[in-house]
Each structure stands twice: as structure tokens, then as C-alpha cells.
Design a protein around this ligand. Structure first.
Ligand code: TYM
Length: 331
């Protein structure tokens, strides 16, 4: 059976981008693959969270994984820092990751531009840690959004480089995966880019948002004065809202509004109202479950411990073999 690994950085609540780009796939994949889904808390350290925020955010992601339908009996759900072998593999992989290739990574360049005052080495080697997360379980499939594609390419490079250096075929090649066959980029509500990119709350719809909050956010989304010619191309902000509708609404609803747009009969108020209601329907079962389990500390603790044991078992086996390959031998 093929192995699947993926994770979400513990920076807070999950939004629809995380869900449609990654978590929905986790839920679907767990029936057919050996799955490891983790909470990337080491990765979140690049932005220096306080200890309280760090713990709260890890818990939030754990709760939302469960609320989205990841079954801890079928999949291994764990916290990255509960498996210290990952940081050991990160150290080894760092010895063969080159400065130039890390500096060229798009996400590194974006982070440097956004936070020039915090260009730390952890940020530079972020893709190496991600490769360690994946290679530690020798995964071949990694469900992620489009923005992670380059990181997957780097994970293949680091795995292959290790294989070449030690003349082995130890690591298989991991590939990004989405059930729809195409990696997705879910846009935000601000008309500018992907959901979750800008730091303001208004750009993203969270799985835990109350219906009233979702309605307000969607009604405030940027539109324009409407099409003036039949079949005219949509400006980015409008296209983004249609893209969101495509994932949360039925095909009939989507086509109905497409048709109105192409005939210049669309009323954005109705369009956004429908979009908001469909987002509420899509998220409602998860929101209810989040509220139900958030305060159940014994349950969450049990799941995190159980997941840590299973993930550790797999990681320890890999690390033992890697140490032998590298030539670490005890006297
Ligand atoms: P992160 O935490 O930024 O995002 C988690 C997952 O959500 C996807 N995603 C989106 N997909 C589509 N549209 C969007 N607007 C959108 N926003 C976020 C991301 O593509 C990702 O799949 N480095 C990773 C976490 C990570 C990881 C790993 C993933 C650490 N180690 C190993 C896979 C395997 C990250 O920061 O994702």
C-alpha cells in the first residue's frame, strides 16, 4: 500500500483554502492509503510564536483535523515535534541542500519580501524540513495545494541526492496530489490572491466561522459595477468569487450565475448571498464538531499520544536504516 504524508503549519484556524487544497483530500485518501497527517509545529517556529500561542494553535489544528473527518483509527494523526527523528533527518538532509537552490525557492523569496526583518536560517531551510517530514515515512503521495508544488520538487531532489550520494535506492519519489487530478489554489475574498495569503481575517473564510461572520465577509468581498458586454472576460476579483462558488456550490448553481454573467444580468448581491449560504452549508458539520470536541482535553490528549506512538514507530525504523546507510555505527 502506498504511503501518504501531509501536514498543516500550526498558525491558527484552518480556512477553506486549507480544506479544499489539502484536508478534504486527507479525508478521502485515508480509506485507500497508509496515511500520516501531522501538525507542523516545528515549521511555525520561523515566526517565533509565544509558548501559549504555539500550544493553542497546535490544539486548534488537531481539533479541526478531527472535525473535518480524519479518523485516528484509519490515519496516523500526530504533532511533528512529538517525533524528534524528523529533526534528525532534517539535519542530515541539510548537509546536501545548497544555499543557491534554497534562496531561489519562491516561498523563501516571498517571505523575505514580506518580512525583511526576520530572514532566519529556519526560513531558508524550510523546504528541507518539509522533505524530512515526507521522507521519514518514505511517502509517495502528498496531498497539498498548488502553492506547495515547488516544495515537493525540492523534496524529490533531496531524496534523490541522498540516494545518489550513498548509492542506494532508499527513498522513493514523493509527488503532490489532489483527488481532482489538479492541484488547487483557492482564492481569497479580497480580489488579490490566494486565501490565507494576506494576514487580515477578512480575506479568508474559516471552518470555525459562525454563519453571520461568513455572510458578512462574503457580502463585503470586492466586486465591480458589473459586465457591460455579453460574454466579456471576468476581472480577477469576480473570477475569484466564481472559483469559490465552483468548490462550495452545486454545478447547477454555478452554471446559473455563469449564464447570468454572460448575459449581463448578474446581480452581485444575489450572487454573493448564494455564495455565502453555500459556504455556510459546506462548513456547518465541521463547525458543529469543532464546538463539540474543542474542550474535550482527555480525548484530544489520547489521540495525540496514540498518533505519536504510531508515527514514532515508523520514523524510528527509517532513522535506524538511514544511520546505517550513512555509516554511523556504534562501537
Ligand atoms: P500551510 O500550513 O501554509 O497550508 C496547509 C495546506 O493548505 C494548502 N493551502 C491552500 N490550498 C489551496 N488554496 C489555498 N488558498 C491554500 N492555502 C493553503 C497548502 O497548499 C497546504 O497543503 N509547508 C506546509 C506545511 C507542511 C507540509 C509538510 C505539507 C510542512 N511539512 C510536509 C506537506 C508535507 C505549509 O506551510 O502549508
Amino acid at each position: 500500500m502506498e504511503t501518504v504524508v501531509s501536514g498543516i503549519r500550526s498558525t491558527g484556524k484552518l480556512h477553506l483554502g486549507n480544506y479544499y487544497g489539502a484536508v478534504k483530500n486527507f479525508v478521502q485518501m485515508q480509506h485507500d492509503y497508509k496515511c500520516f497527517f501531522f501538525i507542523a509545529d516545528y515549521h511555525s517556529l520561523t515566526t517565533h510564536p509565544t509558548p501559549q500561542d504555539l500550544h493553542g494553535n497546535v490544539k486548534q489544528v488537531l481539533v479541526e483535523y478531527l472535525a473535518a473527518g480524519i479518523d485516528p483509527e484509519k490515519s496516523t494523526i500526530y504533532v511533528q515535534s512529538d517525533v524528534p527523528e524528523i529533526s534528525e533527518l532534517y539535519l542530515y538532509l541539510n548537509m546536501n541542500a545548497y544555499m543557491g537552490e534554497l534562496q531561489r525557492s519562491t516561498s523563501f523569496k516571498d517571505k523575505v519580501r514580506a518580512h525583511p526583518d526576520n530572514v532566519n536560517a529556519g526560513l531558508l531551510t524550510y523546504p528541507v524540513l518539509m522533505a524530512a517530514d515526507i521522507l521519514i515515512h518514505k511517502a509517495t503521495k502528498v496531498p497539498v495545494g498548488k502553492d506547495q508544488e515547488q516544495h515537493l520538487e525540492m523534496a524529490r531532489t533531496f531524496g534523490n541526492r541522498f540516494n545518489t550520494l550513498y548509492k542506494t535506492a532508499y527513498f522513493p519519489e514523493p509527488y503532490a496530489f489532489n483527488f481532482t487530478k489538479k492541484l488547487v489554489k483557492i482564492p481569497g475574498l479580497d480580489g488579490k490572491g490566494k486565501m490565507g495569503k494576506s494576514e487580515g481575517e477578512a480575506n479568508a473564510v474559516y471552518l470555525s466561522d459562525e454563519p453571520e461572520v461568513i455572510r458578512k465577509k462574503v457580502m463585503r468581498a470586492v466586486t465591480d459595477s458589473g459586465p457591460t458586454e455579453e460574454n466579456q472576460p471576468k476581472p480577477d476579483a469576480i473570477q475569484n468569487l466564481f472559483d469559490l462558488m465552483k468548490v462550495v456550490s452545486s454545478a447547477d448553481t454555478y452554471e446559473h450565475f455563469e449564464d447570468l454573467y454572460s448575459k449581463c444580468q448578474i446581480r452581485y448581491g444575489d450572487f454573493k448571498k448564494q455564495l455565502g449560504e453555500d459556504m455556510i452549508i459546506a462548513t456547518a458539520p465541521m463547525r458543529e464538531k469543532i464546538n463539540e470536541i474543542s474542550n474535550n482535553e482527555p480525548y484530544l490528549r489520547k489521540i495525540a499520544h496514540y498518533g505519536a506512538l504510531k508515527a514514532h514507530e515508523s520514523a524510528a525504523k527509517t532513522m535506524k536504516e538511514i544511520r546505517e546507510i550513512i555509516g554511523f555505527r556504534s562501537f
